[in-house]
Design a protein around this ligand. Structure first.
Ligand code: ATP
Length: 304
């Protein structure tokens, strides 16, 4: 099995509007996959389909290597926290978990205590969930998604509305579960900066369309500081760069080179090019922040 989850042309149409439009996503075992997109981009609709909560209008997905009707049997290996966690406010964390265990027919001894321990809610005793902080509620939601020992956990905007400490706690819980239990995660968010602290791979979704899939390294390299050189002859320009000892660069298209070192030496680079009859059409130092990268890609303001 190459991918733990793979979608092929997955589409959900409401009336004439395609909330999810022919999405092909690839998630490997052990990934913490960040699904990033603005409000209304189609994240929840996508997650509902792969969790078996909504039926696709078109396309298909494979789960643990199985397709179509066969995926149903494997949905029990998927835990999901989509939209609001189904928490009973007048019950304690343990009671909430007990109900979910009963509903799923799970009677493993010590299961509830273990789940509370994993998400750091062991000390909450009889305290009712309605008195929990947002972060605690989110962590209880994650514990509920973990009932039944899933291999894949889907979390829809798990850090939405949390304060920085709550965000850090949820992030640490996810990282630990991934590390120690090898649980694969799909996490949606509209805040790339936050996802970037934890996700290992990314899918960027906009207006229902998956614009890009990229690894953490690819994302960071696209956002790193660089000189963007535009020239009429990239081949000759590369020879000039080599000649002045610059080796960390990449030709990105027919007239653009990204240079990742000697960032303060753009004047010398231009002069060396001129000496060798290579015309510089433009040279700028760029440092694209993660959020800018995302905005450029999706073309516009971010809804928060
Ligand atoms: P948010 O973070 O705001 O939930 P999202 O990325 O999760 O955004 P979705 O909730 O999947 O986006 O919605 C995608 C689009 O599909 C939106 O335009 C939404 O209005 C529409 N949509 C979602 N569910 C339905 C539905 N049941 N009926 C009609 N339209 C819907």
């Amino acid at each position: 099995m190459r991918y733990l989850l793979e979608t092929n042309g997955l589409t959900k149409q409401y009336g004439r509007h395609k909330a999810v439009n022919a999405v092909n996503i690839h998630i490997r075992q052990g990934d913490i996959y960040g699904l990033i997109g603005r409000n209304g981009a189609g994240k929840t609709t996508f997650l509902r389909m792969i969790s078996g909560l909504a039926v696709p209008t078109d396309g298909e997905f494979s789960l643990f290597g199985k397709k179509g009707k066969e995926t149903r049997r494997y949905l029990s290996r998927v835990g999901a926290l989509i939209e609001r966690p189904g928490i009973y406010p007048n019950m304690s964390a343990a009671e909430n978990l007990k109900i979910k265990c009963l509903a799923m027919g799970i009677r493993k001894k010590g299961e509830i205590e273990e789940l509370l321990d994993i998400v750091g809610l062991s000390g909450t005793g009889r305290k009712k969930a309605k008195h929990f902080s947002m972060g605690m509620k989110q962590r209880l939601g994650i514990a509920l998604a973990l009932v039944g020992d899933p291999d894949l956990v889907i979390l829809d905007e798990p850090i939405n509305g949390l304060d920085p400490q709550g965000i850090a706690e949820v992030r640490e819980t996810i990282a630990q579960l991934n590390r120690e239990r090898n649980i694969t995660f799909i996490i949606s968010s509209h805040i790339l900066e936050e996802l970037s602290k934890i996700a290992t791979r990314y899918g960027i979704i906009h207006d229902g369309v998956l614009l890009q899939e990229l690894t953490r390294e690819e994302l960071l390299s696209r956002c790193s500081e660089r000189i963007e050189l535009k020239t009429d002859n990239t081949q000759k320009a590369c020879t000039v760069l080599d000649g002045i000892g610059i080796t960390d660069y990449k030709v990105v298209d027919a007239d653009t080179i990204h240079i990742f070192e000697h960032l303060n030496d753009s004047g010398e680079i231009t002069m060396a090019l001129a000496r060798n009859q290579v015309k510089t059409m433009g040279i700028t130092v760029k440092n694209e922040a993660l959020e800018d990268y995302y905005l450029n890609l999706t073309g516009g303001a971010l809804d928060v």
